[in-house]
Design a protein around this ligand. Sequence first.
Ligand SMILES: NC(=O)c1ccc[n+]([C@@H]2O[C@H](COP(=O)([O-])OP(=O)(O)OC[C@H]3O[C@@H](n4cnc5c(N)ncnc54)[C@H](O)[C@@H]3O)[C@@H](O)[C@H]2O)c1
Length: 416
Amino acid sequence: MKPSEIRDAGLAARGQQKIDWVQPRMRVLNVIRERFRKEQPFKGLKLGVCVHLEAKTAYLAIVMRDGGAQVAVSGSNPLSTQDDVAAGLAAEENIEVYSWHGASDDEMEGFYHSVLDAEPQILIDDGADLVKLLHTTRTDVAEGIWGGTEETTTGIVRLHALAKEGKLKFPMFAVNDAKMKHLFDNRYGTGQATWDGIMRNTNLTVAGSTVVVAGYGWCSRGIANYAKGLGANVIVTEIDPVKAIEAVMDGFRVMPMVEAAPHGDFFITSTGNTDVITQDAIKNMKDGAVLANSGHFDIEISKPDLDCLAKEKKTVRDNIDQYVMEDGRRINLLCEGRLVNIAGANGHPAEIMDMSFAVQAMSAEYVLKNKDNLKPGFYEVPEELDTEIAQYKLDALGVKIDELSEKQQQYLASWQ
Ligand SMILES: NC(=O)c1ccc[n+]([C@@H]2O[C@H](COP(=O)([O-])OP(=O)(O)OC[C@H]3O[C@@H](n4cnc5c(N)ncnc54)[C@H](O)[C@@H]3O)[C@@H](O)[C@H]2O)c1
């Protein structure tokens, strides 16, 4: 593998502290790590990882390395890489890191190439950026890929599109769609961490404010419910009639974005779609409105439209760009419209990423064990892995549950 490309190796000790903080709280991964240490399932293999590079991801890379793999890691977003964590991880044996905070688009692409230059057999991708390269400019490496796993909804959408055209070159597992991932990570992780990102960067009051949440999917539902818990008046916007009814039944006002625009103090997108907040809405927003995105790409809030409407753009606080409109209204965009919970905070809590990354580790092992029987294509994570990880988590929490009796099993299996 090529040597690490990081900002400053001197930050390693601080990065190590951050990894040490999350490690004891990732108790399912700790169980998996112990087993991997003994069994060495990845011995002699190379693993390519492209995931937001902060402490929990670093710990996942260490767990996989302890399972015998050589690991090549890049961040998956220029603002989410933490340079100290990158340095701490690069100081580990058999792990090379290619990432720094604030990288340009070209530098990001260079990092993805460095991961693929390692010629990994197994991938852990987040947003399908590695997969995209393997189907365009790096088809040379695609031949050697046994399979991989995808972390997020947006990546799944891209993989679906590839598979539908019959072009997906290797097996890819939809980690995002596993219950032990999206039920907790997307909802509670994004719900809590998005508000952490908004509150720590703005230092503004949420209670009594009006919050407009775009979408009522797994992530946006979490964001809306945490906003409610913080005492905000919440408006939800949707394009799916069923989700819209769900939001109504959960007690939220639902309306189109342009109608919500004049009411909102905070606007948060997490839809996985493009152009969710555009000129039509921005023109009607109040002075001081705060815009944040927690969807995968920075395309949900239209930055071209903000640029077009503003007579001036200035940085008014760390992570806050203020767009001053012709009529003097100030609209504040957090973290350049990139994921506010990771670019502007530390990402999801460790206990939540414990479950998501346990699904990653065990799905990667599944690829390895089943590589001879897996055809190229898109796969759900097997249900038994979900159940096994749930049981590990319950054990870690010290929570016991009932077991089905024989009579109950017979009853549930019978149509009479
Ligand atoms: N911030 C994070 O850490 C984090 C974590 C997990 C997922 N994600 C990302 O968040 C995004 C959403 O993921 P999800 O799992 O909630 O997806 P989801 O499919 O469960 O929900 C998306 C919702 O947005 C709605 N929607 C689509 N276009 C819309 C529009 N123009 N206006 C209003 N609503 C619209 C859809 O109908 C759907 O209900 C994805 O990009 C995903 O990759 C981010």
